[in-house]
Structures are given as C-alpha cells and as structure tokens.
Design a protein around this ligand. Structure first.
Ligand code: TA6
Length: 279
C-alpha cells in the first residue's frame, strides 16, 4: 500500500493521509487547502512530517524514554480495511497502531490506537481512541498537532482564548490571556489551559469572514509559530514558511491522563470551515 493515500466524500471534500504517523497531510474543500504542510517535509516515513496533523502520543514535548512528542507520529500505521465499508455521505476511515517490540523497549505498555478521520461537507473530525490492552495502568499526554495554512500570519487572529491561563514556553512563567483576539507577532509557544469554549481561527485577517471553528473534548490548546529564528533552525521547514502557518493544537498536556487496564478514551477535534459575520 502506498505511504500516502487520498480519500474523498464524493462532494468536494478530500484528505490525504500518510501512514507514517497516520498524519493527515492535506484537507481540501474544493480547491481550498485548509492545512499547512512544509514543502520541505520528509514524507518517506523516515521522520515525523512537518505539517498536517501529527499525532502526539504517549508524551507531549521532550521525552526521556524516546523521541520528542512520543513515537506515534513516527511509526507506520495501517488502514483498518473493515472501516472503509458501508460509507455514508459522511465517510470515515480508521487507522491502527499497536504496541510492538520497538515501542515496548521505549515504553513497556500494551496499547491499541485507533485513529478515525471523518469527512463532512465543510468539516473534518479526527478522533484518536487510546485502548489500554495490557494488565497495568498507564499515564500519557496526547495532542493533535494541527498546522493550519494562512496567507499571512501577520493577519491571523485567534478568538476564544481570552481569560485563559497559559504557560509561555518562550518567555517563561504562567500568565492570563487578556485579549479577545490573539495575534501572532513573534515566536509563540503557549499552552492555554482548561479551555471552555470553541476556538475560532481567522486565518487571513481580523476583518475576514473566513473561519476555522475548532471544538474538542480536550482541556488544553497549544498555539505555536516558530517565527524567524526558529524557522531557520528547522531543516524540514523553509525559512519564510512561518508566514504561512499557525499551529492550534488541542490536547491533554498540562496534566497526564491515566488509563486503567481494559479502558479506552478518545481525544478528538472537529474543525469546521465557515463564514462568520465580521468580528
Ligand atoms: O507544539 C509546540 C511544540 O511543542 C513546540 O515546542 C515545537 O517544538 C513544536 O512542538 C514542533 O516540535 P517538533 O518536534 O515537531 O519539531
């Protein structure tokens, strides 16, 4: 099976997924690409893909047991062929990753991950089901590391973070977001905690009516843009690509989740592309 495959719902919406990390690398509605994937992204399975929706499991951030952000985005997943049958007008596809010797050598737990991608007319829903198939509880952090495409980051605004506490990984400390509309004008790497409502991304300008409505069952939202200097330091990212992307990532990263043997949890996001009255 090819490493990358494109699937559509037959009414103009399609996504492309790379079996390396079950990384959705593209989501198009008609001709409009919603996600960002670096033109320098490595897509041969040899490393995590710089763009789309990388899956972070079992650890967000630097990890003493294995690669940063865990192994899920580096491993080769497989399509659950049974999931492709009987598709309705909102089709979904499921991809599987189970523990193997390599993962157990890093993190000696038994698990089965099922990642479902569902296409609607103007919406993409991605859900990561974590199953504890072993005899021991395990704790983990997880996140859907979504890269959104924007025309110019300097025009991008994010609504829905006001009054949330956030950890600033660039400047340090914990702060409270005072702004109704968050704009990005430097290296941002922030973990907004205990969010309450949906978050709206205005990708192209704060008067734009184009939106990406992001809803999730997860408590935290990470906002990241590498900006100029960090962009130069990434070999799989073009120096100027920081202008055309913003990561708005839903996750459970501030506090680990714990799963008892035989239990299952889901980490999901729903991204709806819409037109909103001007803000
Ligand atoms: O999600 C934000 C972040 O944790 C940043 O700190 C930055 O490291 C980014 O992820 C990308 O990480 P990566 O390992 O893909 O280079």
């Amino acid at each position: 099976m090819a490493l990358e495959q494109t699937y559509s719902n037959g009414s103009g919406s399609q996504f492309t997924i790379n079996l390396c990390g079950a990384t959705v690398t593209s989501w198009k509605i008609g001709e409009e690409e919603i996600l960002f994937c670096s033109k320098k992204a490595i897509r041969d399975g040899s490393k995590a893909i710089r763009g789309g929706i990388p899956l972070v499991f079992p650890n967000f951030g630097p990890w003493e047991l294995g690669p940063q952000h865990g192994f899920a985005r580096n491993k080769q997943w497989k399509l659950d062929t049974d999931s492709v049958k009987d598709q309705d007008e909102n089709p979904s596809w499921t991809f599987i990753l189970e523990d193997d010797e390599g993962t157990r050598n890093m993190w000696n737990k038994r698990f089965r991950l099922e990642y479902t991608v569902q296409l609607f007319i103007d919406t993409l829903k991605t859900s990561l089901y974590v199953n504890n198939t072993g005899e021991d509880s395990f704790s983990f952090t997880t996140l859907l590391h979504t890269y959104f495409r924007v025309d110019n980051i300097k025009d991008t605004r994010i609504k829905g973070l006001q009054n949330l506490k956030y950890v600033d990984k660039v400047n340090g400390g914990e702060h409270k977001e005072e702004r109704e509309l968050v704009c990005i004008d430097e290296n941002y790497d922030r973990i907004y905690k205990d969010r309450v409502d949906n978050v709206t991304l205005y990708p192209d300008n704060n008067q734009s009516s184009i939106t990406r409505e992001i809803s999730t069952n997860l408590p935290d939202i990470v906002v990241w843009n590498p900006w100029i200097e960090k962009a130069k330091g990434m070999s799989d990212f073009d120096d100027n690509e920081y202008l055309n992307m913003i990561c708005v990532e839903v996750g459970a990263v501030s506090k680990p989740l714990t799963l008892a043997p035989g239990n299952k949890m889901v980490a999901s996001q729903t991204i709806k592309v819409g037109q909103k009255s001007k803000i």
